[in-house]
Design a protein around this ligand. Structure first.
Ligand code: SER
Length: 312
C-alpha cells in the first residue's frame, strides 16, 4: 500500500516542522497538512492543506477517505499551562481527538498512528533524576492526566484491537520556526527571541528549575524514526521515554551570554513554576535507544548557536 500521511495540528510548533520534513522525505502531495486554523506558513502553499477540527470525527474520516490516508500524526493538543486555565476543554480536546484517530485505526481505515505523550505524564512522586521508563506516575496537571490516560488507551487499543499506535514522551521542545503556545517549557524558546530583541529576559521559572529539553530537529528525527521502525521493534505501546539534554533558565542564559555578553535574566515566577516543580529533571531513555535505535544530536550550546543565528 502506498504511504499517505495526514497531520492533524500541522500549524503548531511541532506540526509545522514535521510537515516540512515528511514532505521532503515522501513528496509534497503525499502529506496532507490540516489544522483548525489557516496559517501563513509554507505548509499551506507547498502541499495539500485542509481546515480540520480534531474533535470532529466525521470530518477526519472524510479527509482520510478523500486522500486515501494510511497513517496519521495527531499533533493537536492543549498544552500544560493553558490546560490549567481550561481543564474541561483541555480534557475534551486531548482525549476526543485521540479516540477519533484510534477509532479510525481500529476500523482499519488507517494503518498507523503517531500520538505524542510528554514528560508531563510524570508527577511529584516520580523519581525526578534519570526517570525510568516504568515508574510511579501520578501526574497532577490536567495536561499530564490527559497524557497518562492517553497512554493507557494507546496500549489498550494495541492489545485489544491490534492498532499500530506509536508514541514518545516529548521533553520541552525548542525551535525557531514556530513559537509554542501554552506550555510550561515555552520560556526556553521565548528567551532567545527576547535575548536578540531586548538583551533581557524575565523568566517565569526559577533559575534552578531544571527540565528535560530537546532541539526540534532531534524531536522530528525521533518522531519519524519511531514511525519508520519495524513493527516488531516497538516493544512499548504506551509511550517511550526520550531524552537529549536537561537545563535550567540560568544555564540557558549562560549559554546565550557566550554570544550576547550583555544579556541579562531576571525572575518573576508565576503559576507555571508549580507545574514545572512536579516534572522530572532528567529522563532515562535506554529503552528507546535499544528498541528502535534512537540517538540525539544537539546539545545546549549547539542549539543556542542555531537559535540565535536563525532568529537574527
Ligand atoms: N512542553 C510541554 C508543556 O510545557 C510539555 O509537554 O506543556
Amino acid at each position: 500500500m502506498k504511504k499517505r500521511i495526514l497531520i492533524i495540528g500541522a500549524s503548531g510548533q511541532i506540526g509545522t516542522e514535521l510537515t516540512a520534513r515528511l514532505r521532503k522525505l515522501y513528496g509534497n502531495h503525499k502529506v496532507v497538512a490540516t489544522d483548525i486554523r489557516e496559517s501563513d506558513s509554507t505548509i499551506v502553499s507547498e502541499g495539500p492543506f485542509e481546515i480540520l477540527d480534531a474533535m470532529d470525527s466525521e470530518a477526519i474520516q472524510d479527509v482520510v477517505i478523500q486522500y486515501e490516508i494510511t497513517e496519521i500524526y495527531l499533533m493537536a493538543a492543549m498544552l500544560s499551562a493553558t490546560a490549567e486555565k481550561f481543564p474541561m476543554k483541555a480534557w475534551n480536546l486531548n482525549m476526543t481527538s485521540l479516540f477519533n484517530v484510534l477509532q479510525l485505526a481500529k476500523e482499519n481505515k488507517i494503518k498507523k498512528v503517531f500520538w505524542p505523550s510528554s514528560i508531563a505524564v510524570f508527577g511529584p512522586t516520580t523519581p525526578p533524576i534519570n526517570t525510568p521508563q516504568n515508574t510511579i506516575m501520578e501526574p497532577s496537571t490536567v495536561y499530564g492526566i490527559s497524557k497518562q490516560a492517553g497512554e493507557r488507551w494507546c496500549e489498550y487499543y494495541f492489545n485489544r484491537y491490534g492498532v499500530d499506535v506509536r508514541s514518545i514522551r516529548y521533553p520541552g521542545l525548542i525551535s525557531y520556526t514556530t513559537q509554542p503556545g501554552g506550555g510550561t517549557t515555552d520560556y526556553a524558546v521565548d528567551i532567545y527571541h527576547k535575548a536578540l530583541k531586548h538583551k533581557k529576559y524575565i523568566s517565569f521559572l526559577s533559575a534552578k528549575t531544571t527540565l528535560p529539553m530537546m532541539y526540534m530537529d532531534d524531536a522530528i528525527k525521533a518522531t519519524i524514526g519511531i514511525m519508520e521502525a519495524p513493527k516488531e521493534s516497538i516493544k512499548i505501546r504506551n509511550s517511550y521515554n526520550l531524552s537529549a539534554m536537561s537545563f535550567n533558565p540560568e544555564e540557558v542564559s549562560e549559554s546565550i551570554k557566550k554570544h550576547i555578553p550583555e544579556f541579562e535574566i531576571d525572575y518573576k515566577l508565576d503559576f507555571r513554576q508549580k507545574i514545572a516543580d512536579t516534572w522530572p529533571q532528567s529522563i532515562n531513555d535506554d529503552q528507546a535507544r535499544k528498541d528502535w535505535g534512537w540517538k540525539h544530536k544537539f546539545s545546549l550550546d549547539e542549539m543556542t548557536q542555531i537559535m540565535l543565528d536563525n532568529l537574527r
